[in-house]
Write a protein that binds this ligand. Structure first.
Ligand SMILES: Nc1ncnc2c1ncn2[C@@H]1O[C@H](COP(=O)(O)OP(=O)(O)O)[C@@H](O)[C@H]1O
Ligand SMILES: [Mg+2]
Length: 505
């Protein structure tokens, strides 16, 4: 073992009733490095880190910090050893400001034994400055952006003198710009002598930020590599346990007749501001049109207008020649327009209901699933089980409530329901957000298959790699307008980055 090993988890096993979450895991981190811990949902990453942070006790195994064996029986012990953790779900008090949250329970006191608020604010601002953050000490967390909330969580660990920071999927909730800001923060932390464990399943991020990476699958370590000696495809196959095709396999599109024609479309957002400013776009049978762009440039409002969730202010949306602008969502659905919404838990699913109830959400009122208002339960079970199989929804049975599925499997329920309706036009908005790499591949294949069977597909995604790999033609959106049309085979990421920043040519 190298002498600068700051953490060494040896032979860790953690059993929950019916699940081995970690199996003989060996995990070692060097002082001052950014160490990525990657794996699909359920691989055991959070469990391993909860063991290091004293939230969970291992069934078996040993923990060494700075070469010394430690029993970390509670979070307090971990904090005393200089370990801090920022969880996937934040633990901030919404009505408190950043300093109030950061100091919580450990506020400095004045000589009357009362909380020294001024002193606390100064301490927090000083720490923030040292690490190059900005904090607004008066801002309540409820009014703060996700990025600011996350930085407050990081400051909280620094306030408690953390030397080793565990960030559990910190970028899952961030926009690309916020991710860049976080990476700057992480680099500053390391420059100041901290060690960072960065959990993610986004391999591009691993390649960008980490020094070394440990890959887990099904509770076990699959490999440890130096970033300079590995690649995205090697990490992906370790994660998934088979070769993964990051390049989507597809033939040239064979576009047919026009299905959708959007002309001079203008749409206001929820605050009444113009979000879409004169979009023109058409989609033909047998092609996938992509919309790329940094989130918040009008893509959401554009999709909402197309699917009837938002009224249009001007312009037309012609679907098979008929103007459907400002029709109801129900009307639009009836016309065989499928919608995979970006917000699956609110718009896409009823998570309180079972898998089968969600799967038949659009078709239950039709034969053969029901006749004159009466469910045919046998047909429904057949139909749902077939979709479960075809779309690889991982669940013991179709009666399970959707809320107990992983994010990736929830998304597969939405995709299965929408694509099984034999749509003429499919509108997919961020269809792989929060979905594992193996499942991303499956969803991409489904979209390409829709196309090859003569469907028209609109793919809106903030993941540039996704749009470029899946779409046949790509529109770049910036501030409510399409600033550029590109052939994804003819541009590179750097050029796309410029278009996405609004630089036209
Ligand atoms: N408190 C718990 N009780 C029972 N099973 C759990 C618990 N926490 C995690 N698991 C299971 O352990 C496995 C690993 O989960 P987790 O460590 O959260 O994975 P990851 O963070 O890589 O997504 C999963 O199968 C999960 O369902
Ligand atoms: Mg996790």
């Amino acid at each position: 073992m190298s002498k600068d090993s700051i953490i060494h988890l040896k032979n860790i096993t953690k059993e929950y009733p019916g699940v081995v979450a970690n199996k003989n895991v060996d995990f070692q981190v060097n002082k001052g490095e950014i160490h990525a811990l990657v794996g699909e949902n359920g691989a055991g990453k959070s469990t391993l880190m909860k063991i290091l942070y004293g939230i969970e006790q291992p069934t078996q195994g040993e923990i060494f910090i700075n070469g010394e064996k430690q029993i970390i029986s509670k979070v307090e012990s971990a904090i005393n050893l200089g370990i801090g953790m920022v969880h996937q779900e934040f633990t901030l008090v919404p009505s408190f400001t950043a300093p109030e949250n950061i100091g919580l329970g450990q506020e400095p006191k004045n000589n009357q034994g009362l909380i020294d608020w001024k002193g606390l604010n100064k301490l927090v601002v000083d720490i923030a400055e040292k690490y190059g953050f900005k904090v607004d000490p008066g801002l309540k967390m409820i009014d703060a952006s996700v990025g600011v909330q996350q930085r407050t969580e990081i400051l909280k660990t620094l306030y408690r003198n953390a030397n080793i920071l565990i960030l559990d999927e910190p970028t899952a909730v961030l926009t690309p710009q916020e991710t860049d800001e976080l990476f700057t923060v992480i680099r500053t932390l390391v420059d100041e002598g901290k060690t960072v464990i960065f959990i993610t399943h986004k391999l591009r991020e691993v390649m960008e930020i980490a020094d070394r990476v440990t890959v887990m699958r099904a509770g076990e370590v699959q490999g440890v590599s130096e970033i300079k000696n590995t690649s995205i495809s090697e990490l992906a196959s370790q994660m998934v346990g088979r070769e993964v095709f990051l390049q989507v396999k597809k033939d040239e599109a064979k576009p047919g007749e026009e299905i959708l024609n959007v002309e001079d479309l203008w749409v206001h957002d929820a605050r009444g501001l113009l979000a879409v400013k004169g979009i023109n776009l058409s989609i033909n049978k047998g092609e996938i049109v992509g919309v790329a762009g940094v989130e918040g440039n009008g893509q959401s409002e554009f999709v909402e207008a197309l699917t009837g969730l938002r009224k249009t202010s001007q312009g037309s949306i012609k679907y098979l020649g008929e103007d459907i602008a400002s029709s109801s969502p129900k009307n639009i659905r009836r016309k065989k327009i499928a919608h995979i919404p970006e917000d699956r838990t609110n718009t896409g699913l009823n998570t309180q209901l079972s898998i089968w109830e969600n799967l038949i959400g659009n078709s239950y009122f039709r034969r053969p699933l029901s006749t004159r208002g009466i469910f045919n339960l046998k047909k429904i079970a057949e139909h749902s089980n077939k979709l479960k199989e075809d779309f690889d929804i991982r669940a013991p049975n179709i009666s399970l409530k959707v809320k107990s599925l992983s994010g990736g499997n929830q998304q597969k329920v939405v995709v299965a329901r929408e694509l099984s309706e034999d749509p003429v036009l499919t509108i997919a908005s961020q269809p792989t957000r929060g979905v594992d790499i193996g499942n991303i591949e499956a969803i991409h294949e489904q979209l390409v298959q829709m196309r090859d069977e003569g469907g028209a597909v609109l793919l809106v995604s903030a993941e540039l790699d996704e749009v470029m790999a899946v779409a046949d033609r790509v529109a770049v959106m910036y501030e409510g307008q399409i600033v550029k049309w590109v052939n994804p085979k003819e541009v590179d990421q750097a050029q796309m980055g410029l278009y996405m920043a609004g630089i036209k040519e």
